[in-house]
Write a protein that binds this ligand. Sequence first.
Ligand SMILES: [Zn+2]
Length: 407
Amino acid sequence: MKLRLSILAITLLIAGCGDGNEITQPPPAVGGTSQSGGEQGGNGSTTSGDNNTQLSSTQAIEKIVNAQGMEHATELDLSVFSKAEFSCIKDNNLEAVKGYLINTQDKLNHKELQTRLCKVAELYALGSKQRLTFSLLKEVGIKGLSGSDGKVNDWAMDELMLGAPEQAFEWAKLQKLVDDFHYNQANIWPKQINISFDDGGALESIYQHLPLFDKYNATFTYYVSHYFLIDSEKVAEIAAHGHEIGHHGTTHKHAKDYVEKNGLQKWLEDDIFDSLSAMKSDGLDVTSYAYPYGAYTRETDTELKKHFSHIRKFASWASVNYRGERSDRPITTGLSIDAHRFNLDKIRHAIDTLKGGETLYLATHVIGKTPNEWYITPENLEAVLKYAAEKGLKFCHTNECMNFKSK
Ligand SMILES: [Zn+2]
């Protein structure tokens, strides 16, 4: 039995060597895994150990310093680090350290590099994702986590945290997560716009202007209030036209005030559930909600998240600043483009400076003049649609805006 196993093992070995050169190739440049890489490192130290034992301490240091940003860093084995007195490099973190050396763009001197490599080893052994702080990541030389102003780029940090393993933090893999984020933002993720209209009273004007949206291949979200009072067939037609129908309160209550006076449950019953179930039973796919008056509390946010995938707030102050926001957020703010706030230059600027993965959320009410200021003229609406279409923005429903990564 033993003999047969040995023969089999030898046969496999021979077959393996003859089949190709995968076995003798170095590990991949980025993120060589510690398990497979570790073994290769071990083998390396026995085969190339003869050369390295000849090295003086100065030569060993030079060899490590010169390996920064170089593929040949894979050839370094533990004996070189030992000879150079980089004592925090051990068998168990050797691959992570080599991953750093291959991929870094920094050119540090001996002492700086020694400190850096010890930090890289410390990072690898950190043990908990919660301890991956911005300052530590900066200390180990991870690039792209802050802007030119030095401020933390929260989104880059979030992407790193999202993709990082629970432990064994290899420098090269973390750096790749940040690099991927910047690449996706610049090249892959769409620049998006979501235009929304609020209130049951806007129904007729929206319905009449459907051809305007068709002209620019644009979609919008219509947040309906007073569903029980308005023409539900027209709402269904708008949905059938490819637009999104959201919820905007059964009778348009001020969530904050109503909850304060009557409690959360009563608010849910009186202003959320009735119309929501009516719309759903009419076949409308309602997954978004916009607060009447933009009024909310932390408590209402938490509660609404159980019933909607997206919640829209509302900003309508004199100096409203148009700009895109991260598309991956379930709670967003619609920036008023109502008559008294509308500023085409500012909107165009926001469109021009939008980044991949961001959505510009614009919100208004009736299309066409009303006695108050809560409307947008068809001309102004068309100017926005035209500019957004010319700039190649993607018009998105809120759930599409959020799921932009899967496109
Ligand atoms: Zn409203």
